[in-house]
Design a binder for this molecule. Structure first.
Ligand code: ATP
Length: 121
């Protein structure tokens, strides 16, 4: 029983890792966001942000990257269903998913600058 649970967990973990690899292979936005994330982490370390601020930065980075991956999943599902034929609902679904990433990215950038400003003051 426990062995089956463990094997199911490993199978799901393997699927999730495949999903991450698949998204990173094809999504240019994820490459850009990852480079920005690495730069932000390096700057945060160099200017000695507080432990709490560093955790906030990690949550924001995780949020942006996770939302981008969810956006990618929406895009691929829409393409699968519509076979890339134009449809107003397909447009709405993709635009709303992209809007969610934009909202969180803007909030993250604002919080990032607030942390930078507070730390350098
Ligand atoms: N089937 C469709 N019907 C109507 N409009 C669509 C459709 N597919 C895409 N669009 C419009 O084109 C825009 C770009 O779509 P696309 O699938 O190229 O996504 P993207 O945001 O450029 O992401 P990526 O380049 O990573 O695939 C969407 O945001 C949407 O407004």
């Amino acid at each position: 029983m426990l062995k089956r649970e463990a094997s199911n967990f490993l199978r799901r973990l393997n699927c999730a890792i495949s999903g991450i690899i698949s998204a990173f292979k094809r999504e240019r936005n994820l490459h850009i966001q990852s480079i920005v994330a690495i730069l932000v982490i390096i700057i945060a370390i160099l200017i000695h942000v507080s432990y709490t601020d560093f955790m906030i930065i990690l949550i924001l980075i995780g949020g942006v990257i996770s939302l981008e991956m969810a956006n990618t999943a929406v895009e691929r599902t829409v393409d699968l269903i519509t076979e890339k034929k134009p449809h107003p609902l397909a447009k709405a679904a993709k635009d709303i998913a992209a809007g969610a990433v934009l909202c969180f990215s803007i909030i993250s950038a604002i919080i990032g600058f607030m942390i930078l400003y507070k730390t350098l003051l």
